[in-house]
Design a protein around this ligand. Sequence first.
Ligand code: SAM
Length: 231
Amino acid sequence: MIGPEFWRRYLRVYDVLNSLPTYRQLLADVCEELGVRENELIMDAGSGTGNLALRIRGSGGKVVAIDYCREALESHRSKDIHCSPVLADLERGLPFKDNCFDKIASNNTLYAMSAMHQKSALKELRRVLKTGGKIVIANPRRRLNFLRVSMNVISDNIRAEGFGTTARKMVASMPVMIMMAYYNRKLRTDNQHCFYDYEEQRDLLEDMGFRQVSQTKLIYSGQAVLNSAIK
Ligand SMILES: C[S@@+](CC[C@H](N)C(=O)[O-])C[C@H]1O[C@@H](n2cnc3c(N)ncnc32)[C@H](O)[C@@H]1O
């Protein structure tokens, strides 16, 4: 069963991703699509250890990070004493008024929910987004190939930091990468989880009443899909 306890364990190793250029580029792609403006109120839905929220804040946005895993919020707070993340479950309703956020971002979160819960989460996100506000979501693809991602990560890293640094980094992070592969496998097998096929995320946003849904962009070395839309 995928729930806060699963994420508590997974997030203990998750931040190894921050050392990888491929993941940092993924966060940059989400931020670019979001087009953050100074002082906009932006929700990071499923904020985890705060990696995306920190970037959005660095770009001038006021972030409200929400996650249902208490330890994730603690980890986020340990990185940013000024943040006040909110403990809330996207599948059960959010403690915010209608139409209160300028923008919403959600990275690597909806893919782990059942199709039914993805819909209830998006309905709730739409409710709290201002009319005319923008939502940006990114999630791994159904055919995500962990080996291929790893190979792409290694070659991106060699280009960015050279062979020696990459080799040292890979050896040091091997145990954590094995744990990540294990948790990704668990997501696929243990749950009615719902990774996305190429156009599925786009279709879902349209079905949930969002408009101007963007063409699907492939990010994360082609292993994740990114879409934006307007309420
Ligand atoms: C893979 S992590 C992604 C973290 C972050 N968005 C990032 O890009 O680094 C998925 C996060 O979604 C959170 N999450 C999953 N289902 C959720 C739900 N129903 N309500 C709130 N948070 C949820 C998990 O607790 C976890 O922190």
